[in-house]
Design a protein around this ligand. Structure first.
Ligand SMILES: [Zn+2]
Length: 128
């Protein structure tokens, strides 16, 4: 079982690359996805329509999430050079999941940050 704020949580390196690729493809819009974990490693994303910030076209459609306890959090892209959570992001994080990743320009392996539900930085080990 996953619990919140676990330093041992990991993310698959291939998924990280896929996240950045999706961010590039969606640019200059945000992309949003739910994250699924297996045995403490985030291995899969579920693309969702919508945005968190409302800067572009509305809100994330949370009702489209499967009812599935392997969903541990979310990832979204920022079409700028800051991976800091916005106020809308912080409000969103507090409602759903325990791990929230933001990736920003230039969308590479160094341009992402992970946060807990309070918007505090957490470490995610990259696996593989
Ligand atoms: Zn954001």
């Amino acid at each position: 079982m996953l619990s919140q704020d676990k330093a041992s949580l990991r993310i698959d390196a291939g998924l990280l690359d896929a996240i950045n690729e999706a961010a590039v493809q969606t640019y200059p819009n945000e992309f949003v996805a739910a994250l699924r974990a297996e045995e403490g490693t985030i291995r899969e994303m579920l693309m969702l329509p919508g945005t968190i910030s409302g800067e572009t076209s509305g809100i994330l459609h949370l009702h489209m999430l499967p009812i599935d306890f392997s969903v541990v959090g979310t990832v979204h892209s920022h079409p700028g050079h800051s991976a800091r959570p916005s106020e809308a992001d912080l409000a969103f994080f507090s409602h759903f999941g325990s791990v929230h990743i933001i990736t920003c320009l230039p969308f590479d392996r160094t341009s992402w940050r992970a946060y807990n539900l309070r918007g505090e930085r957490i470490e995610l080990k990259v696996e593989g």
